[in-house]
Design a binder for this molecule. Structure first.
Ligand SMILES: Nc1ncnc2c1ncn2[C@@H]1O[C@H](COP(=O)(O)OP(=O)(O)OP(=O)(O)O)[C@@H](O)[C@H]1O
Length: 245
């Protein structure tokens, strides 16, 4: 039986200065899955995700969370990992987590989240004196502190070395194995392949294809040589090779 969507997006539109960034997208994301939103630079991914996160208002369209309009409890039930967060420089890693935990009616134990994101060794380091990989893990831990049912990750491994990336992938797999839903944006096709149950590729504000990664490869790469049958080929075949702004 198909899983109930945790979030449903209908005919979403958003323009900036008369130029459409999101030009009518509809999605239904099944609970307990990892969903990937891919697309070239400027495709409209961040705008679409920020509308789903309730950070931006759409010009048109509707979003249902667990089958209902989003209400004030929405923020308590979702986690958002930002690409940039002004972490308080005067706080340690542990103090930063404790501060964020206090924003929520319910939160996971800080020890548990530090364990999950391998932050214990740097718990007493100032949040502005940590490496890029450690910072990314801290940002992820902040998104997890309220034990969200739905987690939004915007380019969670950009700029990380292979070890740090693998580690973030393991954390995301762990989140999925606990029945939570993740929506992630990424420019790394391998990341989408490894993590996502379902992906949508956006271009110029629209979804141009959607499906399980292996199904998309089957559909779009059938006539390609075996070594080219991968998500990168699907992406390039559908979005072309023109550079985007
Ligand atoms: N606050 C804003 N004001 C004006 N235009 C914006 C704003 N935010 C985004 N845009 C424009 O909307 C379009 C979509 O941008 P968006 O950031 O959603 O794309 P994206 O797919 O997330 O891109 P990237 O992969 O580069 O992060 C782009 O043309 C961008 O210049």
């Amino acid at each position: 039986m198909p899983k109930q969507p945790i979030i449903q997006v209908d005919a979403l539109k958003k323009s900036y200065n008369g130029r459409p960034a999101v030009a009518g997208i509809s999605l239904a994301i099944a609970a307990g899955t990892c969903f990937g939103l891919l697309g070239p630079n400027g495709a409209g991914k961040t705008t679409a995700v920020e509308i789903m996160e309730n950070i931006q208002k759409p010009d048109q369209g509707r979003i249902l969370f667990k089958g209902k309009e989003r209400d004030r409890s929405f923020n308590q039930q979702v986690g958002v990992q930002f690409q940039q967060t002004e972490l308080m420089a005067f706080l340690t890693v542990e103090e930063t987590l404790k501060t964020f935990a206090a924003f929520y009616a319910q939160s996971l134990p800080v020890e548990m989240v530090m364990d999950l994101c391998m932050l214990k060794e740097i718990r007493n380091q100032r949040s502005n004196k940590i490496s890029g990989g450690q910072r990314q893990r801290l940002l992820l831990s902040l998104a997890l502190i309220n034990d969200p049912d739905l987690l939004f990750l915007d380019e969670p491994t950009t700029g990380l070395d292979p070890q740090a990336r693998q580690h973030v992938w393991d954390i995301i797999k762990g989140i999925r194995s606990r029945g939570k839903t993740t929506i992630l944006t990424t420019h790394y096709m391998e990341e989408a392949w490894v993590l996502c149950d379902d992906i949508a590729i956006m271009d110029e504000g629209k979804i141009i294809t959607q499906g399980a990664p292996k199904d998309l490869v089957k559909t779009h790469c059938a006539s390609m040589p075996p070594e080219s049958r991968n998500l990168e080929s699907v992406f390039l075949a559908l979005t072309g090779k023109r550079l985007r702004g």
